[in-house]
Design a binder for this molecule. Structure first.
Ligand code: PRP
Ligand code: URA
Ligand code: MG
Length: 219
């Protein structure tokens, strides 16, 4: 839980510190950034998948020695939606863990030259039946919250209940959490870090710079 958002899980896995140190370091070259970011996002994706009550059911299995009461995840009850472009990196990790999962894409871009301008929606392709699934919204960065809010609007517009959306995120900050929490408190957030805040260019501090540029080596 956090003072900035009513419905948030902040990961505390010990393995994150080393991985975050690598991806935050501005001298980490693109191939290494991708390598460490994928390891980090795989942990995030696993923890997000573990938090999908509508797609999870109790089950009993038998070990060679005894009964075990567990849980299983039904991939058919899940849809993973990325906010293109950076969100595609996290989507890749979710898909690796949930082969065959239904996928949607929403292209939303900020105008980096005018930080105050609202993020713009360019494209939205969502699968039929998404309104009956639990939606993992994938975007590694939550800064002002403008992009995530637009993506959530697009999901609501096709009938997805807000309570079925879980936002999976690598780094967020108080500004974005307060903005999203005010608009959509029912959308649960699973994040790997709450950073200090935003700078004048609306980049997260300390953050890691432009996630999409670094992950896809668009520099
Ligand atoms: C980045 C990031 C988020 C958004 C977060 O995307 O991936 O989608 O900014 O910022 P916000 O919370 O202030 O909206 P960007 O628009 O830079 O596009 P990219 O994914 O192509 O890098
Ligand atoms: N998008 C990024 O990639 N990084 C930030 O710090 C903010 C938005
Ligand atoms: Mg984006």
């Amino acid at each position: 839980m956090s003072e900035f958002h009513p419905n948030i899980i902040v990961l505390e896995n010990k393995s994150l510190l080393n991985l975050f140190t690598r991806v935050r370091d501005q001298t980490t070259p693109p191939a290494a950034f991708e390598f460490y970011a994928k390891r980090l996002m795989t942990i995030l994706a696993e923890e997000t998948i573990a938090d999908l009550p509508l797609a999870t059911s109790k089950t009993t299995v038998f070990t060679p020695c005894a009964e075990f009461k567990g849980e299983e995840v039904d991939v058919d009850k899940i849809c993973a939606v990325s906010i293109v472009r950076a969100g595609d990196s996290l989507l890749g990790c979710v898909r690796a863990l949930l082969p065959g999962v239904s996928v949607g894409k929403i292209l939303i871009q900020r105008d980096e030259t005018v930080p105050e301008k609202p993020a713009k929606l360019f494209y939205c392709k969502l699968p039929k039946g998404i309104e009956d699934k639990q939606v993992i919204l994938c975007d590694p960065m939550l800064a002002t919250g403008g992009s995530a809010a637009k993506a959530i609007e697009s999901l609501i517009a096709v009938g997805v209940p807000v309570s079925s959306i879980i936002f999976s995120n690598v780094v967020c900050c108080p500004e974005g959490l307060k903005y999203l929490g005010g608009l959509y408190p029912e959308v649960k957030i699973v994040t790997a870090s709450i950073d200090e805040g935003l700078n004048e260019e609306k980049y997260i501090v300390p953050g890691l710079g432009d996630y999409g540029d670094r992950f896809f080596n668009t520099v």
